[in-house]
Design a protein around this ligand. Structure first.
Ligand code: BV8
Length: 249
């Protein structure tokens, strides 16, 4: 059975109005800086320990922004691929927004799995029981967790820098098995995601493709590269796969 593995980053959600991390013009909303803090300093367990109010606000603001964001043509093209491709499609996203999830809404996708490897903005986790909850509103140090009903135990269900990403065993297996690896909208700065293209090439026989606005840090590792806005180049590439112009074997 043919297998396609797709990795997405902040660039696929940029045209939905969500800030990327390293885009200089987003300096006030990400772009590597947030309220004059380096993202790596705000998105860590140490930062949460040191200043939980600042870190909660960082995620509250991004959770609020999510209400006005909607899946774009690139998200929708990937669910079309999952629906019509006769093999398996694994969609690994570094993004914590739920735009891939919302793009799937109501579709029957039996050979598809979404793996949000860095967690999810609309989920919270109790630091004592590890229980995970759907979470739409703001969260503060005073918010009681639904399981213990005590404040100060709730954190965003997000993988911070220095924490182990989720689904890594399955991801490593799929990278070794996949026939086609497509990286979309990521600068290739953050590991282990930035190393997935090497893993797909080293362990497997995958044809590797980079779809991005501009060459990423790992662009030399890709067999094929297409540059431009995701809402244009992703639907076009999906079309090429579904019409047999890209052989997945
Ligand atoms: C771990 C959740 C191990 C939080 C995130 C030194 C060297 C190598 C590695 C390290 C190192 N020091 C530390 C590390 C490890 C560290 C790391 O990689 N650091 C980096 C900074 C060097 N990694 C970790 O800590 C990871 N964990 O290693 O654990 C371990 C082992 C044992 C035991 C315990 C642990 C965990 C990393 C996860 C961090 N959490 N997200 C949050 O979101 O707030 S990372 C976060 O940043 C995102 O999830 C994403 O992964 C990353 C942002 O990257 P991109 O998505 O690529 O976004 P970016 O803005 O950079 O790029 C956007 C791209 O889109 C651009 O190329 C742009 O051109 C393009 N684009 C823009 N618009 C469009 C477009 N493309 C198309 N169309 C458009 N319209």
């Amino acid at each position: 059975m043919q297998t396609i593995v797709i990795l997405t980053g902040a660039g696929i959600s940029a045209e939905s109005g969500l800030a990327t991390f390293r885009d200089p013009k987003n300096n006030n909303k990400g772009g590597g800086l947030w309220c004059n803090h380096r993202v790596e300093d705000v998105a860590t367990p140490e930062a949460f320990e040191r200043d939980p109010i600042l870190v909660h606000e960082f995620y509250n603001q991004r959770r609020r922004e999510l209400r006005d964001a909607h899946p774009n043509a690139a998200h929708l093209a990937l669910t079309e691929l999952a629906k019509n491709f006769e093999g398996r499609t694994f969609l690994i996203t570094q993004n914590v927004d739920d735009l891939h999830l919302r793009a799937e809404a109501g579709k029957k996708l039996p050979r598809y799995k979404l793996l949000p490897m860095h967690g999810e903005l609309r989920k919270a986790r109790c630091e004592v029981t590890e229980e995970i909850f759907q979470w739409e509103d703001d969260m503060t140090t005073a918010t009681p967790c639904p399981c213990c009903n005590k404040p100060g135990r709730l954190r965003p269900h997000i993988v911070w820098f220095g924490e182990m990403p989720l689904y890594m065993d399955l991801i490593e297996r799929m990278l070794a098995e996949c026939d086609l690896f497509i990286s979309i909208g990521t600068s290739g700065n953050v590991y282990p995601a930035a190393g997935f293209v090497q893993m797909a090439r080293m362990h497997g026989k995958a044809h590797t493709v980079e779809l991005n606005m501009e060459p990423s840090g790992g662009s030399s590792m890709f067999h094929e590269k297409v540059y431009g806005p995701a809402t244009q180049i992703v639907p076009a590439y999906v079309q090429r796969i579904l019409t047999g112009d890209v052989i997945v074997d």
